[in-house]
Design a protein around this ligand. Structure first.
Ligand SMILES: NC(=O)c1ccc[n+]([C@@H]2O[C@H](COP(=O)([O-])OP(=O)(O)OC[C@H]3O[C@@H](n4cnc5c(N)ncnc54)[C@H](OP(=O)(O)O)[C@@H]3O)[C@@H](O)[C@H]2O)c1
Length: 372
């Protein structure tokens, strides 16, 4: 099959690969192209394949975490030791795939069934199998995966949604579970336009939670109506205090996908006994630093003082359990699910897919690369 890859042009001649226009991530050039990957051999009788399946990726998408992974792969190919880098690098951590072969002890899947990753973390889903993200190389097209790292999806979930679902669904369900929201509590969701926050908002609206959403981007009327009745408030990247928005009030719970952007301001907007929960940060690579970072002071002493005096909790969250993913899938209802697919791209449009994922602040939901 034809797949999207980052190309080490010092090792591979650009004439031997169908090159795509360069992409820029955080000021660095990423050289992408299309290569043919044949179906790998997978002996179903081989003991080492007993618990494994071979899947063919139908569609995949990238998460914020993949931005640093892509950049690191590209920079390694451009550095002085680029001859030590691989000729090709693959990327992408969410996908939907079809099972094309399976080992003799795989009973939970049938050939032809559609599956998505189960990124259960921190508990391992099977003795001896690593917990966490299933692959960082979804773009490779053919993947050999342990049966415990996949889950089947309902027929009413289309490929584009399925290719955007696992990490957002599993993480948001875990986060909402952990903060134990009680009736009548007020909740704030930060960086509302992020895919993770859209999944969190989807969860909160299902539970009729009083939700306020902060964003630094401009939303269209249609986009605002997606998250109704949640209240959307636009803030500047350079804002120092949410107090500048006096009418916001204080909150029982704050959900934050980027603690380096918001922690101190978030804690200052919590009520006594408030819970702050985060799953990530912005500067996952030093090239992501921006001038506006100076507005995010995050003074440890004042944060912990505030938390201690007011009996607050700061909660960390990384992904979620297998049950969280099952619950997210069971609750999936195409007519009420609010997280849109921003757009679908063919492999020939791979450069536009990556650029839309990381360089367009108008994106809402995932850009999805569709292989078939
Ligand atoms: N640990 C885990 O298990 C886990 C799982 C999922 C996600 N995460 C983390 O959650 C975060 C979000 O991931 P995602 O894939 O959902 O992100 P995403 O969709 O790429 O987020 C895009 C949004 O983030 C905000 N944003 C991005 N860059 C910004 C900047 N420089 N300044 C201000 N706001 C910025 C903007 O929100 P507004 O336009 O609304 O301001 C933007 O629309 C990341 O830190 C990721 O690593 C962690």
């Amino acid at each position: 099959m034809k797949v999207l890859t980052i190309v080490n042009t010092d090792l591979v001649s650009e004439k031997d690969v169908e090159m795509l226009p360069d992409i820029s991530i955080a000021g660095s050039k990423i050289k992408c192209g299309i290569i043919e990957i044949p179906k790998p051999t997978f002996n179903e009788c081989e003991k080492e394949n007993d618990h494994f399946v071979l899947v063919k990726v139908l569609a995949f998408s990238c998460n914020y975490r993949d931005k640093a992974i892509i950049l690191k792969s590209a920079l390694k190919m451009q550095g002085e030791l680029n001859f030590q880098a691989a000729p090709f690098a693959f990327f992408g951590s969410d996908f939907v795939a079809t099972v094309v072969a399976k080992g003799s002890l795989v009973e939970n899947f049938e050939i032809g069934q559609r599956v998505i990753p189960n990124c259960a973390y921190p508990e391992s889903p099977f003795p001896g199998v690593a917990a966490g993200v299933v692959t960082n190389e979804a773009s490779k097209g053919w993947l050999r995966i342990h049966k415990s790292k996949l889950t089947a999806i309902p027929d009413n979930m289309d490929d584009a949604i399925a290719a955007s679902f696992s990490i957002g669904g599993q993480t948001s369900t875990s986060m909402v579970r952990k903060v134990n929201i009680k009736k009548g509590e007020r909740v704030l969701v930060l960086s509302g336009r992020s895919n993770t926050s859209m999944f969190i908002i989807n969860n909160l609206l299902e539970k009729n939670v009083d939700t306020t959403v902060l964003t630094t981007s401009t939303w269209s009327k249609e986009e605002i109506s997606l998250i109704s009745p949640a209240k959307l408030v636009k803030v500047e990247k350079s804002f120092l205090k949410w107090k500048e928005h006096e009418d916001l009030g204080t909150f029982d719970v704050v959900f934050d996908p980027f603690f380096d952007l918001h922690l101190e301001k978030a804690v200052n907007s919590l009520k006594t006994y408030g819970r702050y929960i985060t799953c990530g940060y912005k500067n996952q690579h030093n090239k992501f630093m921006e001038d506006t970072d100076k507005f995010n002071t995050n003074n440890l002493k004042s944060i912990i003082l505030k938390v201690m005096i007011n009996n607050m909790s700061i909660i960390g969250n990384c992904i979620g359990t297998s049950e969280d993913l099952e619950k997210a899938l069971a609750n999936y209802n195409p007519s009420s699910f609010i997280v849109p697919v921003d757009g679908c791209y063919s492999v020939e449009e791979g450069d536009r897919f990556v650029a839309q994922t990381y360089n367009n602040r108008r994106r809402l939901g995932k850009a999805v690369l569709v292989y078939s």
